[in-house]
Design a protein around this ligand. Structure first.
Ligand code: 1Q0
Length: 215
């Protein structure tokens, strides 16, 4: 089979993975959550090397979470809920400044969680944009409303510069490999409420446990 063809994947599969991380009692499965991020990073890599600095950070965080799952206490990391409970009960989270637990599951997931809000805002803009919509502007707006609040000046500058290299809306829709623009819009309309739900559940859990500002 054609190697290039084999590597083609659809954004729908990636978003489906995110949806599958939600259990019936609204817990978030870490394996699926992490798999969703892996898929997104793969997608981002296909957009060009200018995004490497973003992809490197994301891969590092994905790896930290995978290692928690593979570690001796892996079963405590089955869901975001069980992870929070376990790490807090055992003093495994740096709550006010970085110290003994720079790779806690809680702080690592918080970074991905904030990025998920960016994804939600960006995809919502893509979904409702017109044919001449500018992806770099949509991406920058979504970023400024979410992740930018948590990033240093230098990272904000670098990110906004990288966004300028994003392909146009038509190319984006093609790379998603979902079908016609209409089909993309429909798919996004179906997937986004579930992404938003995963975000909301995590946000409430973190708020309840005072974890939204973890260093
Ligand atoms: C498509 C363009 C991608 C745009 C991604 C926007 C996010 C910008 C994030 C910039 C991150 C800069 C690198 C370092 C950041 C860290 O300092 C920060 C905090 O961590 P720490 O350990 O220092 O406290 N890290 C983060 O905030 C995590 C950022 C993770 C970003 C994960 C992005 C994954 C990308 C997905 C692209 C999906 C594109 C799908 C769109 C489909 C539509 C066709």
């Amino acid at each position: 089979a054609d190697v290039v063809e084999d590597q083609k994947f659809s954004l729908k599969e990636v978003l489906d993975t995110f949806q599958s991380c939600l259990t019936d009692n609204k817990e978030i499965l870490i394996d699926q959550y992490v798999a969703g991020w892996r898929g997104l990073v793969r997608f981002m890599n296909s957009l060009g090397t200018i995004f490497s600095f973003i992809s490197k950070d994301a891969v590092g965080k994905i790896q930290i979470m995978a290692n928690h799952r593979k570690g001796g206490h892996g079963e405590q990391y089955e869901t975001v809920q069980s992870m929070v409970k376990y790490e807090l009960a055992h003093g495994l989270v740096d709550l006010t400044k970085r110290a003994d637990h720079p790779e806690s599951g809680c702080r690592t997931t918080l970074r991905l969680h904030r990025a998920l809000r960016w994804l939600e805002l960006f995809l919502e803009r893509l979904r409702t944009s017109g044919e001449d919509g500018k992806t770099s502007a949509m991406c920058a707006e979504a970023y400024n409303e979410s992740l930018a609040h948590h990033h240093s000046w230098i990272i904000r500058k670098a990110s906004l510069m990288a966004f300028c290299a994003l392909p146009g809306r038509a190319t984006f829709f093609e790379v998603m490999n979902v079908g016609t623009p209409d089909q993309v819009v429909t798919m996004l309309g179906e997937a986004l409420p579930l992404i938003a739900e995963v975000y909301q559940i995590t946000e409430e859990l973190y708020a309840k446990n005072n974890l939204l500002d973890l260093p």
